[in-house]
Ligand binder design. Structure first.
Ligand code: BYC
Length: 337
């Protein structure tokens, strides 16, 4: 298993991208660039180029949406968990994901974008969220596989974000990663138990792995050559390791775990390459990935409709909180007068 202590070097060439000349304010830009080059942190009150701010709002809000939408496929199993223990664990996990969404929305708000604006983006279908949550969780083994592989892929991607150049995002990620480590272990442990069970239970686990494996590899984003944002995001120290390098690390870490679990990963081309000291792997179906990202996956419409309904159903809570806050403000003003 990998945790906070999983230390990965930056991708080679991180600092080799030339600095784009500033059109905004050369002096402030130079100060910003030297802070980035020295691996320092940018804080909300600091000057930053608009493109840096925009990139962070895009990535952090997409990340927050992923956490919130990611509650749905697992939340769907809370009432059907096979024991009280599994139910309690799953409730805690889904609640953690909600908390991650809240830290991340708060981190994005420090960049001057309101939560309402971000939620509008999600509800109108303009903002993205992780492709993986547009696939259904068909049975209990899927819940274990989401913990093991989906949270596992998420941790692999998120540990380098603890060193992101934007302070509030980096700090939020430290807690998120600690909690995700628990999530991954609970998923793996649930699967270990099933793999000691009946032939049907073992077959369920294998079937779930077969359905989720390729989708988890796609979670890391398009190949580096097709990744629109990577070069600039790495130059700014937002991303530290490229999509392909993280994907490779995830595969290398997961192969031995699959062996211990007793499942096969559904890729005939998956094999150790002595020369590269990494596993070779087969072709990811990028057409399917883009179709899902662009709204045509099996559950996209259902996921969005559920989120929009939850937001509408919660309107009275927001109204009540605002009314209470206004009342308190009036009281304080009267007392001060
Ligand atoms: N799904 O230039 P690229 C979780 C988009 S939640 C959908 O490489 P970037 C969990 C990308 O947005 C896991 N879209 O982009 C929760 C861009 O489109 P736009 C979420 C994707 O940003 C509950 C376009 O493709 N984790 O762990 O440099 C339960 C070009 O891509 C995906 C995060 O969000 C995708 N998989 O790199 C359990 C981590 N991949 O914006 C678990 C933070 C790419 O131009 N985010 N796209 O329209 C990141 O690290 C980066 O944003 C990504 C993409 C690596 C995801």
């Amino acid at each position: 298993m990998y945790t906070q202590s999983f230390n990965v070097p930056d991708s080679p060439g991180l600092k080799s991208v030339p600095v784009a000349p500033s059109t905004e304010n050369p002096e402030l830009q130079a100060r910003f660039d030297s802070r980035i080059d020295a691996d320092g942190k940018i804080e909300p009150q600091d000057w930053m180029p608009e493109a840096y701010r925009k990139t962070l709002v895009r990535q952090i809000s997409q990340h927050a949406h992923s956490e919130i939408v990611g509650m749905l496929p697992e939340g769907n199993w809370i009432s059907r968990a096979p024991s009280l223990k599994r139910k309690a664990i799953l409730i805690a996990k889904v609640q953690d994901e909600g908390g991650h969404g809240l830290y991340l929305y708060s981190a994005a708000e420090t960049l001057g974008t309101s939560r309402d604006q971000m939620l509008d983006g999600l509800h109108s279908g303009k903002a993205k969220y992780s492709s993986i949550f547009n696939y259904p969780t068909l049975n209990w083994a899927d819940v274990g596989v989401v913990g093991w592989l989906v949270d596992g892929a998420a941790i692999m991607n998120q540990i380098p974000l603890c060193r992101c150049s934007y302070g509030p995002y980096a700090r939020a990620m430290i807690r998120v990663c600690k909690e995700e480590s628990f999530h991954q272990r609970q998923g793996y442990e649930a699967l270990l138990v099933m793999m000691k069970g009946t032939a049907e239970q073992k077959a369920m686990v294998q079937d779930a792995v077969n359905r989720f494996w390729w989708k988890c590899l796609a979670m890391f984003g398009p190949p580096d050559a097709d990744s629109a944002h990577s070069v600039q995001a790495m130059r700014w120290g937002i991303k530290r390791i490229s999509n392909d390098d993280l994907r490779q690390k995830f595969i290398d870490a997961t192969v031995p775990q699959a062996k211990v679990l007793g499942v096969t990963l559904p890729d005939p081309d998956l094999k150790w390459n002595e020369e590269r000291q990494h596993h070779d792997y087969g072709q990811i179906d990028w057409d399917e990935f883009w179709s899902t990202v662009n709204g045509n996956g099996p559950c996209n419409k259902e996921r969005l409709a559920t989120r929009v309904k939850a937001h509408k159903d919660g309107q009275w809570v927001r109204d009540a909180a605002l009314a209470y806050s206004r009342k308190q403000q009036t009281k304080t003003t009267k007392e001060a007068a």
